[in-house]
Design a protein around this ligand. Structure first.
Ligand SMILES: [Ca+2]
Ligand SMILES: [Ca+2]
Length: 271
């Protein structure tokens, strides 16, 4: 695992739990064949479609941005939250502000739980390839997670998370990541959608990337890893908790205090 990681691509997905504007709703239609819902939305460059009622998402290439393949999803509704996906070429270093919470080699970080059903297990990367079953993420000789067909692994946090990342290997079209908040499902990404693309979910055992999600205004405290085929292999789950409400209150209080002091100083200067 190299330490010379760099952002390879960044994609922004905007989600809205609020009703779409009437004009957007009127133009929305049944998802085109071959396009999968992201739980709440449909994604394909240049398309707009509806899933599960009124929530819509449109993805279109952004003009004027350099070589990095960037997709922006625009959604009607002023209260849209955003998920930004950043893909790194290497496992480490972790994205700024994130801490390792589960590497399957050390105790789980405080405030987190990790569960798995009978279809998922921890395997040592030192064992190498288990043909047709499990492939260690590239360069990973430590313990990593394998979610088999029908398997499910779940990371749960006692605190809301503002960002999450993991090291993914041999990506398959039948792999799925689901993000949940206190209000339920926030987003469901399958295959190449997991790294914000439409291609590459071909099980390449030489493909290893750290995929990072910034949840923007969304609140996430549970992440599921599911697979409908062998297998979904990953390691090194990292996350950044959102500030506690008490911290926000302190920050707002602090800003208010500074503002009042500045106003007093200004009044004193004018007197
Ligand atoms: Ca590990
Ligand atoms: Ca795989």
């Amino acid at each position: 695992m190299s330490t010379a990681g760099g952002a390879r691509a960044r994609r922004i997905l905007r989600f809205s739990a609020s009703a779409a504007a009437p004009s957007a709703r009127a133009s929305a239609g049944t998802p085109p064949a071959g396009v999968r819902c992201l739980g709440l939305t449909v994604s394909r460059p240049g398309t707009t479609a509806a899933c599960r009622g009124t929530t819509t998402m449109r993805i279109a290439p952004l003009a004027g941005l350099a070589a990095a393949a960037v997709l922006a999803a625009l959604v009607a509704g002023p209260a849209a939250a955003a998920i930004t996906i950043t893909v790194y070429n290497t496992d480490l270093p972790l994205p700024a502000g994130q801490l390792m919470v589960e590497d399957f080699d050390h105790p789980l970080a405080a405030g987190f739980s990790f569960t798995q059903n009978a279809g998922a297990y921890v395997r040592s990367g030192a064992l190498g390839l288990d043909p047709g079953i499990s492939a260690p993420p590239p360069g990973d000789t430590s313990n990593y997670e394998t979610v088999l067909s029908g398997g499910l692994a779940t990371l749960t946090s006692t605190r809301a998370l503002r960002a999450f990342s993991f090291y993914l290997g041999s990506p398959d079209s039948w792999n799925t990541v689901r993000f949940y908040g206190t209000g339920g499902l926030v987003a469901s990404l399958s295959g190449a959608q997991i790294w914000g693309s439409t291609t590459g979910d071909n099980g390449d055992q030489g493909w290893g990337r750290r995929v990072s999600y910034d949840f923007g205004g969304a609140v996430v405290n549970k992440i599921e890893f599911a697979s409908s085929g062998n297998s979904f292999e990953f390691d090194s789950l990292a996350a950044a908790p959102a500030p506690e409400p008490a911290v926000w209150a302190m920050m707002i209080l602090g800003l208010g205090t500074v503002g009042a002091a500045l106003r007093r100083r200004r009044v004193a200067a004018l007197a």
